[in-house]
Design a protein around this ligand. Structure first.
Ligand code: NAD
Length: 367
């Protein structure tokens, strides 16, 4: 079976980290017998430069035909003044919308070798492995009515609408319960049912879904503000956290910082079963270090691992990739962002090479 992959390096360090993903794909293709049919396209500033459009219909059509899309990052000062409607980020937002990606998965994992990179005490974050599932296409960021109105007395009123339907809650809830079954079998659902009707509905619908289809999974409800506190107090109590768009935006950023570096954080966005997923690092195009070989490629390589697991049904290869990343870090190989005393600093491509070397070693040992 051949997996169809669409690669969108984007801008800035997106191009550099994607070159390392290419190395890994080439290695997997030649050494582990997985067949990829890889296409590459432009998005963001690179596409604006070439087509005056951050995402062309042709590129979007190619994404739709793929099993998974791997993206680097978009944006940078060069495009800061382009028209708002065609700015680099608009390409990414359009891609997410057109692919119907309603569930955003953000793992927060602390690799043993990086336990000191967290701002929390090692004993609090050691072994941490949380997955936040954020609803991505509904809620207050999209709800109508919205706007700023003039009240005519020198005052203005800004307003947005938080809205969720049964279907929107159920489909993201299902993603969370299914993922929990493959992990430690626990879901924490977060909202503000105490003060918001949409939160009350969220809690009722998650409870009903749990009762009807996922009785084997442990479910707990938590107010989102309490969750924000618990993430810092005792993060190891969580397995999968499912929450709405707004709370998910904040809680996933908070959880990711438990792990220390932006250069280590992958993400996945999923739509309907069978539709292509989008896999991208959490970080942006990092103009401050772009073109200098300093970027850590692991966030994007770990995003590829998520694609292998969630879109390509190659879970074992995903495990191998993650274990190889862990082993490379354990050996003291580091890019500048995660450098520590006594470790060996490498460039972006040096980190990619070290990962391939580790995959090679593990394969030789197993043979
Ligand atoms: P950023 O994530 O690009 O960078 C923040 C800081 O983290 C910088 O100091 C950077 O050097 C560092 N950093 C980020 N990724 C790293 C990596 N892999 N290795 C080592 N260090 C890394 O965020 P920003 O500076 O706020 O934004 C820069 C541009 O990226 C902006 O144009 C922004 O709009 C865009 N952006 C895009 C995305 C995306 O494509 N999904 C996300 C965030 C920001």
């Amino acid at each position: 079976m051949t997996h169809k992959l669409m690669i969108l390096p984007g801008d800035g360090i997106g191009v550099e980290v994607m070159a390392e993903v290419r190395k890994v794909l080439n290695w997997l293709q030649s050494e582990s017998g997985i067949a990829f049919d890889i296409s590459e396209g432009l998005i963001g500033g690179a596409s604006i430069d070439a087509h005056k459009n951050p995402l062309t219909d042709e590129t979007l059509a190619q994404c739709r035909k793929s099993d998974a899309v791997i993206l680097g990052a978009v944006g940078g000062p060069k495009w800061a003044d382009v028209d708002y409607a065609i700015r680099p980020e608009a390409g990414l937002l359009r891609l997410r919308k057109e692919l119907g990606l309603f569930a955003n998965l953000r793992p927060a994992m602390v690799f043993d070798a990086l336990v000191d990179a967290s701002t929390l005490k090692p004993e609090i974050v050691k072994g941490l492995d949380i997955l936040i599932v954020r609803e991505l296409t509904g809620g207050v960021y999209f709800g109508e009515p919205r706007g700023i109105e003039d009240l005519g007395n020198g005052q203005r009123r800004g307003f947005n609408t938080q809205t969720y339907t049964t279907e929107e809650i159920q489909r993201v809830g299902r993603v969370a319960f299914e993922l929990a079954r493959k992990r430690r079998n626990k879901v924490t659902s977060c909202e503000k049912a105490n003060v918001m009707e949409s939160g009350k509905l969220w809690r009722e619908e998650i409870t009903a879904l749990h009762k009807a289809e996922y009785g084997d999974v442990e479910l707990e409800h938590m107010y989102a503000d309490n969750c924000a506190m618990q993430l810092l107090r005792r993060p190891s109590q969580f397995d999968v956290i499912v929450t709405d768009n707004l709370f998910g935006d904040i809680l996933s950023d908070e959880a990711s910082m438990l792990t220390g570096s932006l250069g280590m954080l992958p993400s996945a966005s999923l739509g309907k079963p069978g539709a292509p997923g989008l896999y991208e690092p959490v970080h942006g195009s990092a103009p401050d270090i772009a073109g200098q070989g300093k970027a850590n490629p692991l966030a994007t390589i770990l995003s590829l691992a998520m694609a292998l697991r969630y879109s390509l049904n190659e879970g074992k290869t995903a495990d191998r990739l993650e274990q190889a990343a862990q082993a490379v870090l354990n050996s003291g190989t580091r890019t500048a962002d995660i450098m520590a005393p006594g470790c060996r600093q490498v460039s972006t491509s040096g980190m990619g090479d070290a990962l391939i070397e580790q995959l090679r070693k593990t394969k030789a040992k197993a043979a």
